[in-house]
Design a protein around this ligand. Structure first.
Ligand code: AMP
Ligand code: MG
Length: 332
């Protein structure tokens, strides 16, 4: 299969609509990462997503809709706090998990009785969702466990020959996946951290929990148990407080002839003064925007990425830390 990369316009959106209606897959940009979409009502189309990505069969997909879509067609029992959160943060990088009405294919939610709903704010995502006028099940448009794609070229590198069309909306601005929020309980509960932080949610909903799986406990967001976001090279991760050890390791590896690079925040890069640096920025938003691009750059130039965790750990950095820990092989 030939994979076309097209800018979203009348012709390419018409082609995208046709592919989706015929049960095919289309990759499209969002403000977080690129998504790999299929008609959420069509179980056979949704199955293709799992096949193309090599995604584990028990990791549910998020359903994407345009901003005027009536979500009561696919979910029910929506609590008041969820309506408030939707009003405040959608369109935007927040996925709200609600009780399924049973209309969407059960393959989307892997047998769970809930569905994660997201309304992406990226104008090209809105155009695509309006053109198809269907709920679109979509995970990130990468091979499972690899670094998520933030450009059309990243999608092409992973899925060339496996899907017919990539809509090219340029580089994603957000950089890490949406916050996944369980809205089926008394209060909302963060299942996966992201750009909409627990603090921002609590301000609107009055309260907000964070799900931290205990050893042996069933995970509530199945995707969180897998190794993820990993570059195709060796990685190490050091806490900020142990950054001196990261530098020592870098020097030791280099002395042994290993092509090691450091990944860290700008201030640590200045402190180290080494030349093989993948700098992530100054704050949480910059880290999020740069992380996947730098991991993909890193796997091209380095044999070993030695990452130093950020100094700050709250707000957006909670999401960044979650991805960095998983990417660099830690416990997540
Ligand atoms: P991805 O599409 O690769 O960004 O992954 C989607 C994430 O959302 C995974 O961590 C899933 O486990 C989570 N997710 C999707 N749907 C649900 C749901 N109905 N309940 C809980 N988590 C979900
Ligand atoms: Mg993903």
């Amino acid at each position: 299969m030939e994979t076309q990369i097209l800018k979203p316009d009348e012709n390419s959106l018409f082609a995208a609509k046709k592919i989706i209606e015929e049960g095919g897959l289309v990759a499209f940009p969002t403000e977080t990462v690129y998504g790999l979409g299929a008609n959420a009502f069509d179980g056979d189309a949704v199955k293709k997503i799992y096949e193309v990505k090599g995604r584990p069969q028990d990791n549910p997909l998020i359903v994407h809709v345009h901003k005027d879509y009536d979500i009561s067609r696919i979910v029910c029992d929506i609590p008041d706090y969820a309506l408030k959160l939707a009003k405040k943060f959608q369109p935007g990088p927040l996925t709200i998990v609600l009780k399924s009405r049973g209309t969407v294919s059960p393959i989307v939610s892997c047998g769970l009785d809930t569905i994660g709903i997201r309304v992406p704010s990226h104008p090209d995502a809105q155009k695509f969702l309006k053109a198809v006028e269907l709920p679109i099940a979509a995970p990130s448009a990468n091979v499972s466990k690899h670094v998520s794609p933030v450009t059309a070229q990243h999608v092409y590198a992973d899925l060339n020959g496996k899907i017919p069309l990539i809509l090219d909306g340029g580089k994603c601005s957000g950089g890490i996946e949406s916050t996944v929020l369980d809205c089926t309980g008394e209060i909302p509960c963060v299942l996966r951290s992201g750009l909409v932080t627990r603090e921002m949610i609590a301000e609107v909903a009055g309260d907000c929990g964070v799900f931290i799986p205990k050893k042996g406990e069933k995970v509530r967001s199945p995707g969180m148990k897998y190794k993820h976001y990993s570059p195709n090279c060796r990685t190490m991760l050091f806490p900020y407080e142990e950054r001196e050890k990261a530098l020592e390791e870098y020097e030791r590896q280099r002395a042994e002839g290993v092509n090691a690079w450091i990944m860290c925040e700008n201030s640590v890069a200045r402190e180290f003064g080494t030349d093989k640096i993948l700098a992530l920025g100054e704050n949480g938003e910059e880290f999020a925007a740069n992380l996947y691009d730098k991991l993909r750059e890193g796997e091209k130039v380095a044999e070993l990425i030695i990452a130093v965790a950020p100094k700050e750990q709250g707000g957006v950095m909670a999401g960044v830390m979650n991805r960095l820990t998983k990417a660099c092989g830690g416990q997540g």
